[in-house]
Design a protein around this ligand. Structure first.
Ligand code: NAP
Length: 202
């Protein structure tokens, strides 16, 4: 059994990830902390290091947080770009950078991206761009991680559980059940793979 910090645990993707982590001691966190063990804001480096200090020893970090703004490219403001980049890209990078000071030898990081960087749709340019950047970050940084530490990213299509929110903007997409996406998180945490983009698509 590993100690796994699951960030964004009560969100739709967090619940999907949790379904694949049932064999582990899961420590949960989110921005509000509601229904979770800890509060963390992944856009704030001090908040991230405070979380890791409070948890103490852990084997894995699973992040399912990456707030994205949605608008047509022509209408996207600097603020919308910055908000998305700070959460979905820099926030996740900082989880890894800071987490390296705390995670156990042979530990693992699992990040979140999303299928829209390979299957673009209108209004999702910021989500798609930061998802592509996170996929690239993971493939490349895997070569630089010390102490046998691994890193992967789960790149899922839309969840069945989120179809009521995103379905209208995603004609022609087939949603997948959260438990299937949970299997990708499980492969990342329990396997020996590293530097992989784990696509889950229908
Ligand atoms: N839903 C899908 O079908 C789907 C498919 C592919 C990819 N994704 C990606 O998965 C990610 C999560 O989506 P979701 O559908 O799970 O969203 P969601 O249901 O809205 O959940 C978001 C979660 O993130 C937490 N959170 C937000 N900002 C935070 C911050 N700065 N620091 C810490 N926690 C924060 C929220 O915590 P509080 O509630 O406590 O604020 C909540 O637990 C997104 O990047 C999305 O693009 C989603």
């Amino acid at each position: 059994m590993k100690t796994v910090i699951l960030i964004g645990a009560k969100g739709k993707m967090g619940k999907a990830a949790a379904s694949g982590l049932k064999n582990h001691r899961v420590v949960t966190a989110s921005r509000s902390g509601e229904g979770c063990d800890y509060k963390v804001d992944i856009t704030d480096k001090k908040s991230i290091s405070d979380l890791f200090k409070q948890v103490g020893e852990f084997d894995a970090v699973v992040n399912t947080v990456g707030f994205c703004e949605y608008a047509e490219f022509a209408d996207m403001t600097d603020e919308q770009w910055n908000t998305t980049i700070l959460s979905k890209l820099i926030g996740q990078i900082n989880l890894v950078k800071t987490g390296l000071d705390f995670i156990k030898d042979k530990g693992s990081f699992t990040l979140i991206s999303g299928i829209l960087n390979v299957k673009p749709i209108p209004f999702a340019i910021a989500d798609a761009t930061t998802s592509g950047a996170i996929d690239t970050f993971v493939k490349c940084v895997a070569h630089e991680l010390p102490r046998g530490i691994r890193i992967n990213v789960v790149n899922p299509t839309v969840l069945e559980e989120a179809w009521d929110v995103y379905g209208e903007m995603m004609p022609g997409f087939q949603p997948v059940p959260g438990v299937l996406v949970g299997k990708a998180f499980e492969r990342s945490v329990d396997g020996f793979i590293t530097g992989q983009v784990l696509f889950v698509d229908a």
